[in-house]
Design a protein around this ligand. Structure first.
Ligand SMILES: Cc1cc2nc3c(=O)[nH]c(=O)nc-3n(C[C@H](O)[C@H](O)[C@H](O)COP(=O)(O)OP(=O)(O)OC[C@H]3O[C@@H](n4cnc5c(N)ncnc54)[C@H](O)[C@@H]3O)c2cc1C
Length: 515
């Protein structure tokens, strides 16, 4: 049976960007259908959301709401997590809320786009962020937005000593999640309130769930965009074994930095070499060279230190906590590009802390130079795409930066008074020589699931640009992308807040242009 639906606007993907876009567009009076391949659990008052989504302690590695992608990084093939549920990756992520640095957004104008500098985005960050604890926050942080944000402030002697060691190195307290570019230490902010992860499928969608102009199609995978000349005419969807066709005046892709480029490629929109490989000819395809290219992510390495006898006696391990140092490395024009975090409890924890008594650390490269790509190998939607990070292959500097950060932190923990807590390195061993350390990094490197850039914004005459500064796909009148894929360059902070702000801004521009 073929079911048919129609609406003013159809949105593909109910993750961070899709929930924002749906809420704003329904609020502006449009008839909207929101589609996602994953399940919806309804209004938060109904209490149907599973613990693994609402509980702040569950993180991606534990989730069952994942697309099942993998990617090669360094010497290993690893899972590349993507949320497949209402709330998207926001529903399964580590809940860190970070702004990028001001200059990150200001530099987007180098890609020939207008209206995307920090000051242009600021009102949209404020529509999103509702920071509960303003003490010691950067002046720009938002306090009235839609997503509740709290600062982690672990009350343990270890962290006080960590701060003292920082001060000895002239590293002062900063808002380590805010947009100011100072070097220093601070505590992270998270979209967590009373232990509950703030998921946009609740914080945003609850507001419009009962609106008669709003239709939700969950468990529905979009397999193709139908288009003719410069108009997207509809979508083909599979839902519980049925094929659905949807017609709509406007289509917005919010399928994320993996989902949007592969859906375009499957629909015959992408780089020529991929279209040729998939068997599209000049009559049924559109060449857009940037679709799936310019892939960027944050990279890092996790390691651990052994606890000293003093620490074993004096730390409340189940209380956990995390502190972060932002470092400026090499004083080059990219500015701050490394972050070192130290945590008492393991990163992923199945809803409870493990019994292991180590100090877990991460060196996080926040502005890597490496760029990769993503492409499909078949039109069959059940087959996974190939994700290439090309990490380090053309930019030795990225590997050197990680090595620098690791060695920096190894020296740091030997300084007083932090050395009272830490005896020596647990993984990798303190006795590794430089070559062994490099090999260990290649084997243990991680990405942060912060993919951007795969359908990036840019000027009309830029051959790598996929959308213009309104999110409109080049060569189309009514096909838009509002998700993480449109960022031209990765910001030096976790991504979700920026994705929220982009979707807010693009929704407001669309309302103005078609309203
Ligand atoms: C494990 C993990 C940890 C992370 N930790 C953090 C963190 O701590 N802080 C932070 O700021 N960021 C973090 N991120 C990144 C952040 O969550 C994402 O950048 C953000 O959610 C991206 O939003 P989006 O709207 O672009 O895509 P998503 O939120 O991924 O939403 C895309 C949605 O589209 C749906 N979809 C895709 N293709 C189709 C299709 N063909 N048909 C139907 N539906 C489709 C998906 O099911 C999904 O629900 C993390 C991400 C992951 C995966």
């Amino acid at each position: 049976m073929v079911l048919k639906f129609s609406s003013d606007i159809v949105i593909v993907g109910a993750g961070t960007s899709g929930c924002v876009a749906a809420t704003r567009l329904v609020g502006a009076g449009f008839k909207v259908i929101l589609i996602d391949a994953g399940p919806d659990f309804g209004h938060s008052d109904q209490g149907n959301w599973p613990n693994e989504i609402t509980n702040e302690k569950f993180m991606g590695e534990d989730t069952s709401f994942d697309w099942g992608y993998t990617a090669q990084l360094g010497l290993k093939e690893k899972r590349y997590l993507r949320g497949k549920v209402f709330g998207g990756s926001s529903a399964i992520n580590a809940s860190g809320i970070n702004w990028g640095l001001k200059s990150d957004y200001d530099r987007w104008s180098e890609y020939g786009i207008e209206g995307w500098q920090f000051n242009d985005l600021l009102p949209y960050f404020h529509k999103v962020e509702n920071l509960q604890d303003l003490e010691n926050a950067d002046a720009e942080r938002g306090t009235n937005g839609q997503i509740r944000v709290t600062r982690q402030n672990p009350d343990q002697e270890y962290f006080k000593d960590f701060e003292k060691s920082c001060k000895k190195l002239d590293l002062d307290y900063i808002d380590a999640s805010g947009p100011e570019s100072a070097q220093g230490y601070g505590y992270v902010t998270r979209n967590v309130s009373d232990g509950i992860r703030q998921n946009p499928a609740q914080s945003y969608l609850d507001e419009i769930r009962l609106n008669k102009n709003f239709t939700i199609l969950d468990m529905s995978e979009v397999i193709n965009i139908n288009w003719h000349d410069n108009r997207a005419t509809g979508l083909e969807i599979t839902r519980k074994g049925e094929l659905i066709n949807i017609k709509s005046s406007q289509i917005i892709l919010c399928a994320g930095a993996v989902g949007s480029p592969i859906l375009l490629q499957r629909s015959g929109i992408g780089p020529r070499y991929i279209l040729d490989k998939l068997g599209f000819n000049a009559n049924n395809s559109k060449v857009l060279n940037g679709v799936g290219e310019n892939l960027q992510d944050h990279f890092g390495i996790r390691y651990s230190f052994k606890a000293s006898p003093y620490a074993l006696k004096n730390i409340q391990w189940d209380k956990g906590g995390s502190i972060r140092i932002r470092l400026k490395q090499f004083q080059e024009d990219t500015g701050h590009n490394l972050t070192f975090s130290s945590a008492l409890s393991p990163f992923a924890s199945n809803g409870k802390t493990t019994a292991s008594k180590f100090f877990h650390s991460i060196v996080w490269l926040v502005q890597p130079k490496s760029k990769g790509n993503i492409f499909i190998n078949s039109k069959d939607n059940s087959l996974n795409p190939t994700i290439n990070f090309n990490f380090g292959s053309s930019h030795d500097e990225d590997i050197k930066s990680i090595l620098y950060g690791l060695e920096w932190s190894r020296e740091f923990v030997q300084s007083s008074p932090i050395n009272k807590w830490i005896s020596n390195m647990h993984i990798p061993s303190d006795h590794c020589n430089a070559a062994e350390l490099m090999n260990w990094i290649q084997n243990n490197l991680s990405f942060y699931y912060h993919m951007v850039g795969t359908c990036r914004m840019g000027a009309q005459n830029d051959p790598q640009s996929v959308v213009n500064d309104q999110g409109l796909v080049n060569g189309f009148d009514n096909l838009y992308i509002f998700d993480a894929s449109v960022m031209p360059k990765i910001p030096r902070g976790m991504l979700n807040l920026t994705v929220f702000a982009i979707a807010e801004k693009m929704s407001s521009m669309l309302i103005q242009s078609i309203g």
